[in-house]
Design a protein around this ligand. Structure first.
Ligand SMILES: [Zn+2]
Length: 417
């Protein structure tokens, strides 16, 4: 299929440029006319991705709440198609991460700059786009981008979308820039302020509530992380509302989070107890106190009027799942080897600061998750310290540095700009 054919058939507008190292082609496809000003103001949501197979044709469908003008290009070694969607947010059901079928081996998505989404489709073999079109909203009120893929040869994969050698040469310098972009899909960190709304969490000296204290820390940490321009953050709650534990996990997974931090403050009947600590998930609690803490934190859903039983089915299955084991390994690396090491340099730690127990909120099977207890609000000095803005900045800086270090080591997405 020649470029001209593409142009005719699919109403290609705009520029065609080529990027070549290991290769290929960037085609700016404008499916629709320019967006209206009101459309720009509101974020476009990518709501679903589906694959259908008929014979040797593989159909990829992307559901959106609004029209969007994607950029599409191909890469080889291995064969991929990349679809860039400007000004979008992802609200794709979590199980879509594992879909495959026909010519599509797997797909990934994330942000390559804040707000700009990228869908990377790993292919089983070279393809060409036989057809692509937009279906405007009908009953479902969704816009649909449809791509029909068919198999082709390697040469054709390159040439199908590729114009002349002349263009390739002209565009060659862009290649490097582009491959950097691919690596620069920003990692997503979900930050969860514990409790909220009807559930105040722990109550400390002079009536300070855990829910308000931790929200102020989450906001400060969010500010610091965003200032790095290297991370996309998701706040599970950013006001005084109740969110069930299951929905906290669901939100982190929906956003394709690379890391989930649930931030809490602790209480103890002994007013002398103080110090920062971090918890990971375990079927078997590391000690009685950790289990009591988990029981207390897990009560959140009961307080909010929901009673899902101790664990959902999903969660029970997870505990024996291999994915969970791998995820938990990463959670432990982050909590024990990175965060607590970093914190020990400048923050007072609880005795045995890393512990584990069956915290419901840490049970996402595929998102490394830890629960942080900032300190004890039942200890007067620590309560005062935690309320001190300078200490808040310092503690959030410690967490920020630990997050960056972890993502540098364990996320393929992050790269220093
Ligand atoms: Zn708590």
């Amino acid at each position: 299929m020649s470029y001209l054919f593409l142009k005719k058939r699919f109403s290609l507008v705009g520029s065609v440029s080529v990027l070549i190292t290991n290769i290929i082609v960037l085609i700016a496809i404008s499916f629709l006319g320019p967006l209206s000003p009101t459309a720009i103001a509101e974020t476009t949501k990518v709501e679903d991705i589906r694959i259908g197979v008929r014979g040797d044709l593989t159909r990829l469908v992307i559901d959106l709440n609004k029209k969007v003008s994607p950029n599409i290009f191909g890469l080889e070694n291995p064969y991929r198609i990349v679809i860039d969607l400007p000004d979008v947010d992802f609200f794709i059901p979590p199980n879509r991460k594992t879909i495959s079928g026909g010519l599509i081996e797997s797909l990934r998505y994330g942000f390559f700059t804040p707000g700009n989404g990228r869908l990377v489709i790993d292919l089983r073999s070279p393809i060409k786009i036989k057809n692509n079109f937009v279906i405007p909203p009908q009953k479902t009120k969704k816009w649909r981008l449809v791509f029909d893929l068919i198999p082709t040869t390697r040469v054709d994969f390159i040439e199908t979308m590729g114009p002349s050698q002349r263009h390739k040469k002209i565009e060659y310098p862009q290649t490097k820039k582009f491959s950097n972009k691919i690596k620069n899909i920003l990692p997503v960190v979900a930050i969860d302020a514990g409790h909220g709304g009807v559930d105040p969490g722990a109550i400390g000296v002079s009536g300070v509530t855990e829910k308000n204290l931790v929200l102020s820390y989450v906001k400060e940490l969010d500010r610091q992380l965003r200032a790095t321009n290297r991370i996309k953050t998701v706040l599970i709650r950013n006001d005084d509302t109740f969110v069930s534990l299951r929905n906290r996990i669901a939100k982190a997974r929906d956003m394709n989070a690379d890391l989930f931090l649930s931030i809490h403050a602790n209480a103890h009947k002994d007013a002398k107890v103080r110090g920062f600590s971090a918890y990971t998930l375990s079927e078997k609690a590391s000690d009685v106190e950790a289990q009591q803490l988990a029981n207390k934190e897990n009560k959140s859903d009961v307080i909010g009027g929901l009673n899902l039983g101790p664990y959902s089915n999903e969660v029970q299955n997870i505990l024996i799942d291999f994915a969970q084991a791998k995820t938990n390994e990463l959670s432990i690396i982050f909590a024990r080897d990175i965060l607590l090491k970093e914190a020990s340099k400048s923050i007072l730690l609880l005795k045995r600061p890393w512990r584990s127990a069956g915290f419901t909120v840490l049970k996402a099977p595929d998102v490394p998750s830890i629960l942080i207890e900032l300190g004890y609000i039942t200890n007067k000095e620590e309560k005062n310290l935690l309320n001190n803005p300078a200490y808040k900045k310092k503690l959030c800086d410690v967490m920020k540095r630990a997050i960056l270090k972890y993502l540098d080591l364990h996320s393929s997405k992050i790269k220093t700009p």
